[in-house]
Design a binder for this molecule. Structure first.
Ligand code: IMP
Ligand code: MG
Length: 189
């Protein structure tokens, strides 16, 4: 847990999940997906940009099935709090009709993002649709969504690292760390 931060981000609080812990858990989820999709010849990992990039690229190496990868980019309409109104900035390219799709995101907060994207994808007739997220802030959910694969449940802290950002910073940290919001605000221009 005590990886010294050699990264020049002044806002890093505490390391909550180490790189080694992430790696172990990602391999466990990969093994689980390998078992669950033993019969599937059309498996698509569909990641939400940009937060899920590190997770999906690690995860796909632990899934020992034929698979393909695609991405969508979505954002909430206003502010940092999810508003429930999700804008599709860039859609996936694969026709998912008949595919076994696993929708992959970095973190579930209110749940609005996954809720909205899930409904949209179901209209496109995948053979099956499951949801996978590295992190889940369960106590923050404001909408019910079925979650199939979760890496870690975390308390209500703003976190960065392993793909997750605060205003586009911190994505390259190899671990998950809390953001010290006081330090962040006093350093932010
Ligand atoms: P939701 O729609 O409220 O579930 O928001 C999910 C999205 O908000 C994630 O895909 C992230 O982009 C962002 N998000 C929520 N919490 C955090 C956090 O602690 N760190 C970084 N991004 C977050
Ligand atoms: Mg995101």
């Amino acid at each position: 847990m005590n990886e010294p931060s050699t990264f020049p981000y002044p806002f890093i609080g505490e390391v909550l999940i180490s790189a080694a812990e992430i790696s172990t858990r990602v391999q466990e989820i990969g093994a689980q997906i390998t078992r669950d999709y033993e019969q599937s010849e059309r498996l698509l990992l569909l990641g939400l940009l940009r937060g899920s990039v590190m997770f999906i690229t690690d995860l796909m190496r632990s899934v020992q099935r034929p698979l393909t990868m695609d991405f969508m980019s979505v954002s909430s309409y206003a502010g940092s709090e999810s508003s429930g109104f999700i804008r599709i900035d860039s859609d996936h390219k694969t026709n998912i009709n008949g595919w076994d799709v696993i929708l992959i995101d970095d973190i579930i907060d209110t749940g609005f993002t996954i809720h909205t994207v899930r409904k949209l994808l179901l209209d496109r007739s995948p053979r099956s649709l499951r949801v996978c997220a590295l992190l889940d802030k369960k106590e923050r959910h404001r909408v019910h969504i079925p979650l199939d694969y979760i890496g870690f449940e975390i308390p209500d802290h703003f976190v960065v690292g392993y793909g997750l950002d605060i205003d586009e910073k911190g994505r390259n940290l190899p671990y998950i760390a809390s953001v010290d919001l006081q330090k962040y605000r006093s350093n932010a221009k």
